[in-house]
Design a protein around this ligand. Sequence first.
Ligand SMILES: NC(=O)c1ccc[n+]([C@@H]2O[C@H](COP(=O)([O-])OP(=O)(O)OC[C@H]3O[C@@H](n4cnc5c(N)ncnc54)[C@H](O)[C@@H]3O)[C@@H](O)[C@H]2O)c1
Length: 261
Amino acid sequence: MKLSGKVAIVTGAASGIGRASAMLFAEEGAKVVVADIDAQRGEETVATIAAQGHEAVFAQADVAKEADVARMVEDTVARWGRIDVLFNNAGVVLVKPLEEMTEAEWDRVMSINVKAAFLAIKHVVPHMRRSGGGAILNTGSIGSLVGQLHTPVYIASKGAIALLTKSLALDYGRDRIRVNCICPGITDTPMLREHLGHGAEGEARIRARLSRVPTGEILKPEDIARAALYLVSDDSAGVTGVLHVVDGGMLAAAEYDVPLA
Ligand SMILES: NC(=O)c1ccc[n+]([C@@H]2O[C@H](COP(=O)([O-])OP(=O)(O)OC[C@H]3O[C@@H](n4cnc5c(N)ncnc54)[C@H](O)[C@@H]3O)[C@@H](O)[C@H]2O)c1
């Protein structure tokens, strides 16, 4: 078991990649805090983990609010005495051209996708330092490295989290706290459906995008969870400050499936 005796907080663990990661971390021996704004689905994640004989607790938190984050961290330490792993996974997408966007919409995406990582790291690091180290994993996207149509604030947020990661890997290296960023490609979650649309139209958009992916397959939340496990476990001791892309090869090519002559 790769996380035996560890305590892990996974944000956005009521759904998608966060849920799959919380389940895998628990299977690997961690005590897991399932943090999310969505209480009903968060409790479902906890119940699934408990039904498999593993340990988890739900923490309702809006990760963009410092008071909620502080409470989540304090409750974790009060319950289990330490925090070894922080997976800042919660995120939202907004498909909207910049000129149509309101200031509130810009602020919401930046708050959940970037400010939330600042807040969680700020409150967790003193506990990691006290117990001799830890692993922090932020969530970027293929959009941490390249642009994408009609999602400017989402891509700006994912670019920001990438360099926040590198910067903090320097600041916390001597504290034995590793900070990495996982960058998923096209992954089958509720967020992907929200981004690309539902029904036949959504399916057609997904197929069109997959035609640019060398493996040709949509990623499963579990694919990302396994890479996340590597990045938060001792298997990646020595790895810090990296953007770890899990995209079926999509970013390997500037163009793909185009006529050769
Ligand atoms: N699905 C993809 O194709 C894809 C690709 C690249 C990156 N990502 C990133 O992966 C992460 C997880 O995405 P997903 O696809 O699993 O999405 P999802 O929508 O299935 O899950 C996101 C979770 O975050 C929670 N959340 C949203 N706002 C919150 C807040 N303020 N406080 C607490 N929880 C909040 C939601 O309730 C939900 O449970 C996100 O950061 C996303 O940007 C996803």
